[in-house]
Design a protein around this ligand. Structure first.
Ligand code: HEC
Length: 125
């Protein structure tokens, strides 16, 4: 059908605009909502068109490429992952905002989050 796409497109443009205008007010959720949720989703599962097919964009599965402890997550958020769409936020967010976004990650990541990264396999870069 030719006409079916139009209302959908209008919604796709309007709804995020409305959501941004009245997003969450709690500080950690606010930062995550503004800067991270487009890719990771507010549930942290990464089921978005920007992160689809990238398993490490799921922050809730207990699997960490860069380590699931606070310091490792913080470093990753600040430096980004050059080999992936994950941007570096070191010069886009204040240190306080980065901390808040990490708070949020740890919150959605659940009980398995604050664990040290597994040792790198022999021969890994
Ligand atoms: C443009 C999309 C995008 C945005 C915006 C984004 N991320 Fe990511 N992020 C990704 C992708 C894709 C990955 C997976 C990287 C990979 O495949 O190696 C990732 C990975 C991560 C990881 C690492 C998970 C692991 O396994 O070690 C963390 C933590 C993370 N993001 C947190 C954040 C936070 C916090 C923000 C906001 C400040 C954010 N991301 C914004 C796309 C994004």
């Amino acid at each position: 059908m030719k006409t079916a796409g139009r209302p959908t497109l209008a919604l796709a443009v309007l709804v995020p605009g409305i959501l941004v205008a009245c997003g969450p007010s709690e500080p950690a959720a606010k930062v995550f909502y503004r800067r991270c949720a487009a890719c990771h989703g507010m549930d942290g599962k990464g089921r978005t068109r920007f992160a689809e097919g990238r398993p490490y964009a799921d922050l809730t599965d207990g699997k960490w490429k860069h380590g699931g402890d606070r310091a490792s997550i913080r470093r990753l958020v600040a430096d980004g992952d050059p080999g992936s769409p994950m941007p570096a936020f070191g010069d886009r967010l204040t240190p306080g905002e980065i901390d808040l976004s990490v708070d949020y990650v740890l919150r959605v990541a659940g009980p398995g989050a604050e664990v040290p990264p597994p040792p790198a396999p022999a021969g890994a870069r």
